[in-house]
Design a protein around this ligand. Sequence first.
Ligand code: HEC
Length: 95
Amino acid sequence: MRYFILFLFFISSNAFSDNLDTSLSLPCLGCHGKSTNLTIPSLYGLDEDYIYNSLMDYKLDNRKNYLMQLISKGYSEQQIRILSYYFSKGYNNNE
Ligand code: HEC
């Protein structure tokens, strides 16, 4: 029984982290699509540190872009880490 509960916990915590990735990144996709053909660059497959540093620079007003300065302030540093990792993994067709 104890192992069964641990198993359930394992399944649900995985489901939770997947949902977290998706719900944090959904607002970004309205502008940053999959295609590299857009004026606004795609984020998929960019270097994790590059995404992280860009977002932190916007958040701290060290990099200027009106929209991104606003948007990045809505995310905590921890959430920015999750987003950077998520996008750096590249686009996954199963999502
Ligand atoms: C309203 C449209 C919009 C939304 C929504 C948006 N962005 Fe942006 N983003 C931009 C624009 C415009 C730029 C500037 C592109 C440039 O400098 O040419 C940008 C730039 C960036 C850059 C720097 C890219 C580079 O190549 O240097 C990163 C990283 C980024 N956004 C991440 C995000 C993340 C993560 C989200 C979701 C939390 C998000 N953006 C949501 C419009 C948006």
